[in-house]
Design a protein around this ligand. Structure first.
Ligand code: PLP
Length: 380
């Protein structure tokens, strides 16, 4: 009964792991992929107000004109790049929908999409569901989990259509400097590759301001820029994001969106409109940055070596010196010490030997989790 495409994808490794936690008490979760803060109250209030005013209808398919206008204005102010709100922007139901639309808009059966790994768990399944073939570009801790022009070239073939990149990265927290991006884009331009750039963690950049890929010379015309409000504004439940890109591609994505999603929820669009004029996310970022230092120092001090992540709210320590596989490590840590982490291999084979720890949880809980992890390791 089930289509081959769906048979070809498996359950999310994260979900499978989190099913183990159901019913367990006193678990400290370093597994979550969302801010532990509620959406800032000013944004919530704006959305409630929009409901009170009776704004409960569909909107135009591509999103409220007011929101798209504000979005491109915000992008121009923040990053110095201009988009036409009418033809080059689309409001989506989270980056999740944007990703699906982008892939379905450009991929023909058999087209290859290159995916640097470790990567977000949805990428490969979404490429398969769009009829494409995902090809991994593995990275290592020695490369700081970054791809290089050489690594891309090695994987490019006749069928290569796109590169699907994410920075700051889930699960490693690593990001690219402008100079590194300049090198990577040379290959994309030379080989005529479209880049789907998932920059959902762009606001959560601690070491330096985020450089959007589309701002690099010659990249605007080949970049589908996906971002949203889930992470930077703690708005995961609102399901709201956006895509910016060449009008031909945005209009193809909008064509699919009008028949499948129709439009993003109007109250979430009003909330997003307010978020774009709010600085409320800045406090959260300061707090994440404090936690990041605590977790990185804490993990390194118990010999779980990790790089200092530049962004997002994840660290990706090596557990190789324990001799355990990623799954065994995460499972034993959960059952013995009640600390939930995500095994690194769920983000791609090259994630084996690592675990993902999220610091989207309070300092108090992080300190307790580190103590428990220390106890766990002293028994090994
Ligand atoms: N992209 C990445 C890299 C993510 O980590 C996530 C969520 O964890 C998403 C996309 C999904 O985002 P949204 O809530 O906007 O659909």
């Amino acid at each position: 009964m089930i289509s081959k495409n769906v048979q070809n994808i498996s359950q999310s490794g994260i979900r499978r792991f989190f099913d183990l936690i159901i019913g367990m008490e006193d678990v400290i979760s370093l597994g979550v992929g969302e801010p532990d803060f509620p959406t800032p109250w000013q944004i919530r209030e704006e959305a409630v107000y929009s409901i009170e005013k009776g704004q409960t209808s569909y909107t135009s398919n591509a999103g409220l004109p007011l929101l798209r206008e504000r979005l491109v204005e915000y992008i121009a102010e923040k990053y110095g790049i201009s988009y036409d709100s009418k033809t080059e922007s689309l409001i989506t139901v989270g980056v999740s929908e944007g990703l699906d639309l982008a892939l379905r808009a450009i991929v023909d059966p058999g087209d290859v999409v290159l995916i640097p790994e470790p990567c977000y768990v949805s990428y490969k399944p979404c490429v398969i569901l769009a009829g494409g073939t995902p090809v991994s570009i593995p990275t290592t801790i020695e490369d700081k989990f970054k791809i290089t022009p050489q690594k891309i070239k090695e994987k490019i073939g006749e069928k290569t259509k796109a590169l699907l990149i994410c920075y700051p990265n889930n699960p490693t927290g690593m990001t690219y400097t402008k100079d590194e991006l300049l090198e990577i884009v040379k290959v994309c331009k030379e080989k005529n590759i479209i880049v789907i750039s998932d920059e959902i963690y762009g606001l959560l950049s601690y070491e330096r301001p985020h450089t959007p890929l589309a701002t690099i010379d010659g990249m605007k015309e080949r970049t589908i820029w996906l971002s949203g409000f889930s992470k930077g504004y703690a708005m995961t439940g609102w399901r709201i994001g956006y895509a910016l890109g060449p009008c031909e591609i945005i209009s193809a994505m909008a064509k699919i969106h009008q028949y499948t999603m129709l439009c993003a929820p109007i109250m979430s669009q009003y909330a997003a409109l307010h978020a774009l004029s709010s600085n409320s996310y800045k406090e959260m970022i300061d707090e994440f940055s404090r936690r990041r230092r605590l977790v990185v120092d804490g993990l390194n001090s118990i010999d779980l070596y990790c790089l200092i992540p530049d962004g997002a709210f994840y660290v990706f320590p090596s557990i190789r010196n324990t001799g355990l596989s990623s799954s065994d490590f995460s499972e034993k840590l959960l059952f013995e010490e009640k600390v939930a982490t995500v095994p690194g291999n769920v983000f791609g084979e090259c994630g084996e030997g690592f675990i993902r720890c999220s610091y989207a949880t309070s300092i108090e809980k992080l300190e307790k989790a580190l103590e428990r992890m220390k106890k766990f390791l002293t028994r090994r």
